[in-house]
Design a protein around this ligand. Structure first.
Ligand code: 5GP
Length: 107
């Protein structure tokens, strides 16, 4: 489904894009700031990410976005993976959550 967001078939509020990565606002935000960072090419989950360069790029973009989105006080990056991990969309995505105090354990 995120392939359709990446190629523009499904509208989204984009906050970043380059040749390999797109980031957009989550449709059901769980924090004042909730952005999803996804690779343009289809990677089903973290278990399928066999590309250290892309992994590094995803994390670097996430950190840069946290800064530009004003999350200087801190934020959380989450990668739900597989059924037990709570993954509901089979296209790798990093959640950036911020703008409120995060709790631990996450539940
Ligand atoms: P997961 O549960 O797989 O870790 O996260 C999937 C996320 O995608 C959820 O936070 C959900 O709100 C978000 N989401 C699902 N469908 C859409 C959509 O069509 N557009 C946007 N922007 N976010 C979506």
């Amino acid at each position: 489904m995120f392939c359709r967001i990446v190629n523009g078939e499904i509208p989204s509020r984009r906050v970043f894009e380059d040749d390999t990565i797109v980031a957009f606002a989550d449709v059901a935000p769980q924090a004042p700031t909730h952005v999803l960072v996804v690779p343009r090419r289809h990677v089903a989950s973290l278990d399928d990410l066999h590309d250290p360069a892309l992994a590094g790029r995803l994390l670097t973009v996430a950190a840069g976005l946290a800064s530009t989105l004003g999350l200087g006080g801190g934020y959380r990056v989450v990668v739900n993976t597989g059924p037990d991990g709570g993954q509901t969309v089979s296209h790798l995505h990093l959640h950036i959550l911020g703008g409120r105090q995060m709790n631990w354990p996450p539940g």
